[in-house]
Design a protein around this ligand. Structure first.
Ligand code: TYD
Ligand code: MG
Length: 456
């Protein structure tokens, strides 16, 4: 008789399960992420969290009888966060906040705790990473806490679940899921099975008790602990904190949201006293711009539903080696190569003997096709060493035959440029209709990449 399997292999990055060890995960194609974990659940815990939590207490209800009232959302009093959540914190939802260590997840959630507890909501902050003293120190940096905020420094999920069931706080923060230990699972903390099972327990708690639980998940590259990708499918909302840890701004992006639109972003800035909101991101992204140098072009992308003005910088110089070096920071290198090929073939610029570097100022990562025109202008400007008029914004997709194609939400982009005091916008001729009727800013329509270069 075959022996029952005692362990399986999990990919720490995406949670893929395999009976044998593999060098590369067939699902997410990451290397060296498979680790062995015991498969069985311990049977010793009968009062334990995942078994105990109100299993069997839920009864079926008729759809007609389900009531929805608008007050099911609580405002976090942080406008940028509310927008990303789809208009506030939804009661009974499970929200995953992912991001690199040190990016500001704990800080943002502690600020949220302060705001909602001040309004009289009961909040429980569970930390498996920091001591109560450390949290207090952080809280003192953030400011005054007027409301009642309970702290629980523990990693034992059974007792945490018991406390949540007993006290029924309206909002619970679990910081972080990778430190939680569920006694039903024999694998160590941070393993795929442990992280999944612990989230399962929290999911049941949120749904049965109707409380909102925020789970913090660190993104890890080494694969030592399971990343938040493993639980994206289990939770209602997934928010990711992005940005350069050394830079001061942070982007909060909704990747999945059962209660609102995805692709919304919130922009924050790390101060000495916590995270501050950036209400006008375009202005922020363009601050410190060196307008009169060649190779700098302002373009407008759309993040969620919001237009965002950003600066594209290009540096084109003679290549010292046999082959030209190309580098893209903050945007797609393949796209850059393609645009350079279009310029070479359709416009006749001899770029093959030049190195080309393109950078999105501010450390932002953008991959929208509407940036093409800006990249093309920046490259040409640097190549010919003629600065682009500093009061110009340009956007449009560039096709393989050098044609400039229409972009979405053209009117919003133009209005954003106008709002920030730009005098001219260069837009695709195909967007003619959406630009009609916009006054107070000069609108230049272009059909091909060559047109733009002639204008320059
Ligand atoms: P933190 O919220 O602990 O990150 P995470 O929980 O995502 O790991 O943020 C840590 C960083 O933020 C840390 O490097 C210090 C910095 N910070 C400030 O600059 N100002 C502040 O007021 C606070 C609380 C943190
Ligand atoms: Mg933290």
């Amino acid at each position: 008789m075959a022996k029952a399997k005692e362990s399986v292999f999990f990919c720490q990055s995406c949670g893929f399960e395999s009976a044998k060890w593999l060098g590369q995960c067939p699902s997410c194609h990451e290397w060296n992420t498979m680790t062995e974990e015991p498969v069985f659940l311990k049977k010793n815990s009968n009062s334990g969290a995942s078994g105990g939590v109100s299993r069997g207490r839920v009864q079926p209800v008729s759809l007609d009888l389900v009531e929805i009232d608008e007050e099911d959302r609580i405002s976090s009093e942080i406008e940028e966060l509310d927008r990303v959540l789809g208009g506030g914190i939804v009661k009974g939802s499970l929200v995953l906040v992912g991001g690199d260590p040190g990016i500001g997840k704990s800080t943002l959630l502690l600020q949220l705790c302060r705001n909602v507890s001040e309004k009289g909501h009961s909040v429980l902050y569970v930390s498996g990473e920091e001591s109560a003293k450390q949290i207090k120190l952080r809280a003192m940096r953030i400011g005054e806490f007027k409301g009642d905020l309970s702290l629980l420094c523990d990693t034992d999920l059974d007792s945490i679940a018991e406390i949540i069931e007993k006290n029924k706080p309206e909002i619970v923060i679990v910081d972080s899921i990778q430190t939680m230990v569920n006694s039903m699972v024999s694998a160590s903390a941070g393993s795929v099975s442990q992280v999944r099972e612990s989230t399962g327990v929290l999911l049941r708690l949120a749904k049965v008790l109707g409380i909102t639980i925020f789970i913090v998940g660190h993104v890890t590259k080494e694969g030592a602990v399971a990343g938040p990708k493993v639980l994206e499918h289990m939770v209602d909302t997934v928010l990711y904190f992005e940005g350069d840890i050394r830079g001061s701004y942070r982007l909060l992006r909704a990747v999945k949201n059962r209660f609102g639109s995805t692709d919304e972003i919130g922009v924050f800035e790390m101060h000495a006293n916590g995270l501050g909101q950036v209400i006008n991101p375009s202005e922020y992204m363009l601050s410190g711009r060196e307008a009169k140098t060649s190779g700098n072009v302002v373009t407008c992308t759309i993040e969620g539903t919001r237009p965002l003005l950003i600066e594209i910088q290009a540096l084109v110089c003679d290549s010292n080696f046999g082959y030209a070096k190309r580098q893209a920071t903050g945007t797609d290198l393949n796209r850059l190569n393609l645009l350079l090929a279009v310029l070479e073939k359709r416009v006749g610029l001899r770029l093959s003997a030049s190195d080309a570097y393109v950078n999105i100022a501010g450390g932002l990562k953008v991959n929208e096709p509407s940036m093409d025109l800006g990249i093309v202008m920046a490259v040409v400007s640097s190549f010919k060493n003629i600065p682009v008029n500093e009061n110009t914004v340009a956007f449009g997709e560039v096709g393989l035959s050098g044609e400039v194609r229409a972009v979405s939400m053209c009117d919003r982009r133009i209005n954003e440029a106008k709002k920030l005091g730009f005098s001219t916008v260069i837009i695709p001729a195909a967007n003619h209709k959406s630009a009609e009727g916009i006054k107070g800013i000069e609108i230049i329509e272009v059909k091909t990449a060559e047109d733009v270069i002639n204008i320059m």
